[in-house]
Structure formats: structure tokens, C-alpha cells
Design a protein around this ligand. Sequence first.
Ligand SMILES: C[S@@+](CC[C@H](N)C(=O)[O-])C[C@H]1O[C@@H](n2cnc3c(N)ncnc32)[C@H](O)[C@@H]1O
Length: 226
Amino acid sequence: MRVREDQRFKNLYWILDGKRQLATKNLTPGHRVYDKFVSLIKGVEYRVWIPYRSKRAAAIYNGLKTFAFKRGSRVLYLGIASGTTASHISDVIEDGVIFGVEIAQRVMRDLLTVTVVRRNIVPIMESARRPQSYCWIVPEVDAVYEDVAQPDQASILIKNSDIFLRSGGYALIAVKASSIDVTLPPKKVYKMVEREIASTGRYKLVETVDLSPYDPKHAMIVFRKL
Ligand SMILES: C[S@@+](CC[C@H](N)C(=O)[O-])C[C@H]1O[C@@H](n2cnc3c(N)ncnc32)[C@H](O)[C@@H]1O
């Protein structure tokens, strides 16, 4: 089994073992978020990042060009859930910090078991529709990442990015087409989201990546704040 760092994105790795598997270096060796997907290579623990379980990983497999997270990044994560994807971003940003907003108590309980060990994730139990309620704790950030699967997901991203995202930073949204309009073809829904956010005049569309076959009817859309 061999491992090599991704050619474009630092702190992302590919485990080569007949097949290619995306991975991050475990920031907290010995502590595992989802147990069985860990490989020990030359004494280093790598956590396999599974595209069927994380839209961010699916986007990377599907050719995403903008990773948006690196060592030291400050990230606002809306809809962090139990921290599956966030734990990999936490591996990548190392001494950076993720402010993770989540509305559901049940998943927040699971997230807390992750944040006890991973000290670079700050859990915030709130609705992402009310950014004013956490503006006392969240500073200016380098990236806003949203995965809330709600009908007003575009406006939630705008509201938060207007307040917290630095100029030149990235706003990323995992769009679930059926949450917005189940009657329209997904591609039309992605276009609607692109237009709604770009029409503010404050965000420039960078790229849209379809997440099929890992997450059908979902896309990752990336904007840059002007
Ligand atoms: C698809 S899941 C997120 C999965 C997670 N991003 C991952 O990849 O590990 C969507 C999450 O958004 C949360 N959510 C929905 N509406 C929200 C809101 N208004 N504010 C904060 N979180 C919300 C849900 O409770 C759920 O945990």
C-alpha cells in the first residue's frame, strides 16, 4: 500500500492499493470518527474520505478545482451534523478552526463526542438562518461551507457570507435539488441557485460540480466573494 499527496491540494492524500482512495492524515491519531476506514502507512494514520458519505469528497472525486481549505483556514460550516465531513476538514486545516452550526439536538450530541477530541471544531447549536445569534463567537472566516438541505439554502448562504466571509474567500454550497424544487430537473435548480447568489453582485460563480453517481441530484457550487 502506497500513499501520495494530491498534486493540487495540500494535506489531501491518495492511498494507492490497486484502487485510488482519497484520505486525510488523522489529526488525532488513535481517535477515529468512523472506525474501520483507517490505514496505517509507515506509522502514519490516514482516514479514508468516502465519497458516498461526504459531498465534499464526492466533489473532489468528480474533479473539483477549488478546495478552499488549507492549513490555518478559518471555516464557518452550516449544517455540520455529526461531523463526518467536518472531521476531514479538521484534519486538513490543522491549526485553523471550524465553527460548526447545527440545529438538531440528536446529531449535535454525536458532534460533541468529536469536538472533545478535535479541538479545532467549535460546535454552535443554532439555526443558520439566525447568524446574528452567533456573530459574537464567529470571526471573519476564509470559507463558508453550507450543507443544510433546505428550500432557502441559497439565501442562508448569502446571509452568512455577507456577515462572516472575508473578501476573496470562498462560499461553497452543497445543493440538494429536491429540497428546492422536486418538480424541476436538478440542472435547472443548480442554475437557479447560481443566479440567486451571483445576482447579489457580491459573489462570483467559480464552478459547479455534479455529485452523481455518489450523491445523485446534488451539486457542489463554489463562489468567491468580491
Ligand atoms: C445533509 S446533513 C449535513 C451532513 C454533513 N454536512 C456531513 O457531510 O457530514 C444536513 C444537516 O443540516 C442541519 N440543518 C438543517 N437546517 C438547519 C439550519 N437552519 N441551521 C443549522 N443546521 C441545519 C440538519 O439538522 C442536518 O444535520
